[in-house]
Design a protein around this ligand. Structure first.
Ligand SMILES: C[S@@+](CC[C@H](N)C(=O)[O-])C[C@H]1O[C@@H](n2cnc3c(N)ncnc32)[C@H](O)[C@@H]1O
Length: 248
């Protein structure tokens, strides 16, 4: 399906295990500065995107965040039954502290935490009303397998919402790669005060990332319906995909 044209030759369907293992170590190294660098590199838009995605859940729903990282999104999921999944024990440790203290302050029970990859979710079929992926879809080793597993754990009629880097076409992708290779690197160096900061390697995941059209087609092919995927304005730096598991 699709091609590598829009990525400048990279494979948009996934990342090999060696590259992914390096990526995980780089992601863990971002933890102390994760929110600050994100805020600066997106001109503060990351907060707005998270709010936009969060609004897809209604009070009382059972939701799963795949690739919860340090809990930047999950801590603000209010009035919901929350499960946070991530393959990194370090990320889960930070997320648990952060998310559960926010939940406790709101008088809510703790969330559940699962150490796993999206491609092999150790959770039962037909369980969740909504599955969220924020800035983690880009990191999946096998995008299609991850989408299939999410489909399996969604309830019939349940919704998938993905928010990740924006890439409309090869030109937009080319501009994004320049942004990742320059401005993001300067910001990360300024914040971390370290010229070997982990964002050096993280720019690779953007290079591998496919276009909206490529993933819309993949999501449809897995069996989801009502598939939408578009750039989020004003800066077109992120894309949001929405899709539903058919009722039967
Ligand atoms: C950039 S962080 C995103 C954190 C958070 N969701 C947010 O809103 O900022 C990406 C997370 O995806 C996780 N991840 C990487 N590969 C994954 C996979 N195959 N399945 C699930 N999560 C994965 C990483 O461990 C990391 O914690």
């Amino acid at each position: 399906m699709g091609s590598r044209e829009a990525t400048g030759g990279y494979d948009p369907s996934g990342i090999d295990l060696d590259a992914w293992t390096i990526l995980e170590a780089q992601l863990e190294a971002t933890i102390p500065n994760y929110d600050r660098v994100n805020k600066l590199m997106t001109f503060g838009q990351d907060k707005r995107w998270r709010r936009n995605v969060r609004n897809h859940a209604e009070p009382g729903m059972k939701v799963l965040e795949v690739g919860c990282g340090p809990g930047s999104f999950a801590e603000d999921l209010v009035g919901l039954e929350v499960t946070c999944l991530d393959p990194s024990p370090e990320m889960l440790k930070v997320a648990k502290k952060r998310v559960d203290s926010a939940r406790l302050a709101r008088g809510e029970p703790p969330a559940d935490y699962v150490e796993a990859i999206a491609e092999a979710i150790p959770l039962p079929d037909n369980t969740y009303d909504v599955v969220f992926c924020l800035f983690s879809f880009r990191d999946f080793q096998d995008k299609r397998k991850g989408l299939e597993e999410i489909y399996r754990v969604l309830k019939p009629g349940g919704r998938l919402v993905i928010c990740d880097a924006g890439k409309a076409n090869w030109l937009h992708g080319f501009a994004g790669r320049i942004w990742m290779a320059t401005v993001v690197q300067w910001i990360a160096r300024y914040v971390t005060k370290d010229k070997n900061h982990p964002w050096k390697g993280l720019a690779n995941t953007y290079s591998h990332y496919g276009t909206n059209g490529y993933y819309r087609a993949m999501i449809k092919d897995v069996g989801y319906e009502g598939v939408q995927g578009r750039l989020l304005l004003p800066f077109a730096m992120a894309s949001r995909f929405r899709a539903t598991k058919p009722k039967q």
